[in-house]
Design a protein around this ligand. Structure first.
Ligand code: CTP
Ligand code: MG
Length: 390
């Protein structure tokens, strides 16, 4: 059975308002339409997806699909002035190479579960997602509860609504000529003699219509991301040897001193230890693996490049740095006077607030190689939040 999904996205989103129609507004950094398409495409039973858009919104649509893989996406087509017309025009476009079954879905419902898409795709008959009404229902008159409405057997319809393709196309063609507008595609189908099964949907599959819905969508997304993030920690340790010189880079800050640290790069022992802590939390090796000392292109590199790369890897994996804690090990120079500047510089490189970064120091009580001032070291811990791998 070939199954197509028709996403209606030609509305203006007037009840929500905003600079662009709601389906092109960002929700958690991603356009609502992009989220809806990803949700539908997550179901393997869908062979093709086609969007019905407003002719003025082509550039916005192109942005929405820019990062999607194009294999199952058909080019968009222009919609009409009401939803039913948009659906009919979409069905007409599909009829050039008709599927067996079509799922009609609102672009404004980005949280449709892939399991619901699968259930609707796998049926033979018409079926729609819906939820039983649980609240008491009242008929109002002049602002007063006038008459109770029995809620037994009442369901609230959602989308997707799924139909045998030929029959819903015929129903919409017939519906286009004159009748009073139908509530939804299920009604159009029933008017044409079909019967429609109700399939229990998820309350999360609500339609974003007003600002309150948008706020609810943002809350839901936050809850979900908290559910799917795990906390990881990593540690890093680094040492460098002292040599004669006039200053030292520590945690991205230049400190005048009567010695310098030896190294292939600027020898910033603090940033090196912290970059290794981040690579450790990611389980992605260490600095030497990403920037081999044997490769002349990294000679003299300023160490913020390493830390920015490690923090960039956290971001690329969808994560964020929660905090960093560094302990510098040296007899001199004194770190205290510079620790605020160091915290601020490290926080800037990590893209987090400076109250998430700590820089401390200790001497080694003149013991060992650090105590004898042959070299200095740094121990760093980093905590990151990372999406749980599927
Ligand atoms: N829709 C459409 N063509 C129209 C009207 C609506 O494709 N002429 C789509 C919308 O883009 C939306 C879905 O139908 O995905 C449900 O409609 P609704 O929530 O009413 O969206 P809008 O019409 O855009 O919003 P509003 O009514 O607030 O203007
Ligand atoms: Mg509308």
């Amino acid at each position: 059975m070939r199954v197509s999904a028709l996403i209606v996205a030609a509305g203006k989103g007037e009840r929500l308002g905003g600079a662009v129609p709601k389906q092109y507004q960002l929700l958690g950094g991603q356009m609502i339409l992009t989220r809806t398409l990803n949700a539908v495409l997550a179901c393997d039973l869908i062979d093709h997806v086609i969007c019905v858009i407003h002719p003025d919104a082509r550039a916005l649509y192109d942005d929405a699909i820019a990062d999607l893989s194009p294999e199952r996406l058909r080019p968009p087509i222009d919609g009409g002035s009401d939803r039913a017309t948009s659906v009919r025009l979409g069905l007409e476009a599909l009829s050039a190479d008709p599927p067996d079954r079509v799922l009609i879905h609102d672009a404004a419902r980005p949280f449709v579960p892939a399991s619901s898409v699968a259930t609707l795709s796998a049926q033979n008959d018409a079926a729609i997602l819906a939820e039983p009404v649980v609240d008491a229902l009242w008929h109002e008159e002049d602002g007063h509860a006038e008459r109770p409405v029995p809620r037994d057997g009442l369901w609230r319809a959602q989308t997707p609504q799924a139909f045998p393709f030929d029959r819903i196309l015929a129903a919409h063609r017939a519906g286009a000529s004159g009748e009073t507008p139908a509530l939804d595609d299920a009604e159009t189908y029933r008017r044409h003699g079909g019967s429609v099964r109700l399939v229990s949907g998820s309350p999360d599959n609500f339609k974003i219509t007003t600002a309150a819905d948008m706020a609810r969508a943002e809350r839901l997304l936050r809850e979900r991301s908290e559910d799917t993030m795990e906390i990881r920690t990593g540690h890093g340790f680094d040492v460098h040897r002292w040599e004669p010189g006039d200053g030292v880079w520590l945690c991205g800050v230049r400190i005048p001193h009567d010695k310098s640290l030896q190294g292939h790069s600027d020898a910033d022992v603090g940033l090196h230890a912290l970059a290794d802590a981040l690579y450790g939390a990611l389980a992605e090796g260490d600095i030497g693996q990403h920037f081999p000392p044997s490769d002349p292109q990294w000679k003299g590199t300023e160490s913020h490049v390493f830390l920015s790369h490690a923090a960039g890897r956290v971001a690329e994996r969808g994560g964020r740095v929660v905090n960093a804690d560094l302990t510098l090990l040296c007899e001199s120079p004194k770190i205290g006077p510079h620790s605020t500047a160091m915290r601020e510089r490290v926080a800037e490189l990590l893209g987090i607030a400076s109250d998430r970064v700590s820089v401390k120091a200790t001497t080694m009580e003149r013991m060992g190689f650090i105590g004898r001032e042959e070299g200095m070291g740094c121990i760093a811990n980093a905590t990151i939040a990372l999406p749980v791998a599927e």
